[in-house]
Design a protein around this ligand. Structure first.
Ligand code: SF4
Length: 390
């Protein structure tokens, strides 16, 4: 978990609520907000609710009352991430199995900026191993400022994209140079769950009394697969739901991969893709990640795919969430809430999201197309070398 109060004063938490207010009162801007999956499972705690109370509808209501022009969902972009990352996984897997020695496995998930920064510093020789897919936060920003701006007849500069994240590393991620176009960032401001709670309190909204509201379309529609990104094991489970159907051409009846769930810091499971046994590793917490990576580096790893999240429990335990003071029961309750939301969704596989299908049909073409590569994929930097040179 990121440090909120540093004993030496070297690290301080940045409060960007003022940036959000500045955008909301600017009449020349259309302000779009996206909310990450883990936020809805913890925001209620800031208003005295029991840990794990799902407040999705109240959160949307509050954001509308705060004055956002469009209230969208990062879960939509999580579905999009699965389309790109799942396709990349299958492509690498098939080429590897066909004897292409250039293709490296395992593929590592890349949606956690804490983890990305860690491997850029600590394992720069393995930069070709993680997926090139951007994180859901950044995919959302990229699509909002291209596809959605075009739909609304707006210029990208007219849009301000705000993200509400369980994470403090996302504040850094959206400032990375490669996530800007001519100096205009795809995501302008990232605030944490705690900062959203502060904005709600400052506006004197009675959060508990707010009615439930729905996200706007088209970037507000998501599946259960997008929701489970919020907990450890969720990204890879979502990827498996889609990759299985793409690989086998068969309908997947059982979408709950309980073998991928849990709270152990490091887990492994094998999923049967109709005869092809896919070995999956999962780690949360960077100490656990390091052990898995050392294995990969030494060539001893048996995994085809690995999910890594920096925070304990994944994003439900992120540094921007209401403080849980190391209480694992709180994390387990948030995790249960995430799976509850997944279960209640009418669609639970990313590739069945009708608005994702429309996005590919109208704009992107297909996963890993040239335009998808331009907007939804990224590259990494050898930060160790840079530090040595400097
Ligand atoms: Fe951020 Fe932690 Fe989630 Fe990584 S695991 S994206 S650092 S909240």
């Amino acid at each position: 978990q990121c440090v909120a109060v540093c004993p030496t004063g070297a690290l301080t938490e940045r409060d960007y609520t003022w940036k959000v207010i500045e955008a909301l009162v600017d009449p020349t801007k259309t302000v779009v907000v996206q909310t990450a999956p883990a936020v809805r499972a913890a925001l209620g705690e800031s208003f005295g609710m029991e840990a794990g109370t799902l407040v999705t509808g109240k959160m949307v209501s509050a954001l509308r009352k705060l004055g956002f022009d469009y209230v969208f969902d990062t879960d939509f972009a999580a579905d999009l991430t699965i389309m790109e990352e799942g396709t990349e996984l299958l492509d690498r897997l098939n080429r590897h199995l066909n004897g292409d020695k250039e293709v490296k496995l395992p593929i590592l998930t890349s949606c956690c900026p804490g983890w990305v920064k860690f491997f850029e510093h600590q394992f720069p020789e393995m930069m070709d191993v993680p997926s090139t897919a951007k994180s859901p936060q950044q995919m959302f920003g990229s699509i909002a400022k291209s596809y959605f701006a075009k739909k609304m007849n707006k210029k990208r500069e007219d849009l301000v994209v705000v993200s509400v994240m369980p994470c403090l590393a996302k504040k850094y991620e959206c400032t990375r140079e490669e996530f800007s176009v001519n100096g205009d960032p795809d995501v302008n401001v990232s605030i944490s769950t705690r900062e959203l709670a502060q904005l709600i309190r400052n506006a004197n909204l009675d959060f508990a009394a707010l009615p439930d509201d729905d996200f706007d379309q088209p970037l507000g529609e998501s599946t259960g697969a997008g929701v489970i990104f919020g907990t450890t094991g969720g990204v890879i489970e979502a990827a498996v739901r889609t990759a299985y159907e793409l690989h086998t051409g068969k309908h997947l009846e059982r979408v709950d991969f309980k073998e991928l769930r849990g709270m152990e810091g490091s887990r492994k499971a094998t999923v049967d893709f109709d005869g092809l046994k896919l070995n999956i590793g999962i780690a949360h917490g960077l100490g656990n990640a390091r052990k898995l990576l050392e294995e990969v580096k030494s060539g001893k790893s048996e995994f085809h795919a690995i999910e890594i999240m920096a925070c304990p429990g994944g994003c439900i335990g992120g540094g921007g969430q209401p403080y849980h003071h190391g209480n694992v029961d709180v994390l387990k309750k948030r995790q249960r809430a995430i799976y509850e939301e997944d279960k209640g969704k009418p669609i639970r596989k990313s590739h069945e999201n009708p608005f994702i299908q429309e996005l590919y049909k109208e704009f992107l073409g297909k996963p890993m197309s040239d335009l998808s590569h331009e907007l939804l994929h990224t590259h990494y930097f050898n930060r160790k070398k840079k530090a040595e040179i400097e």
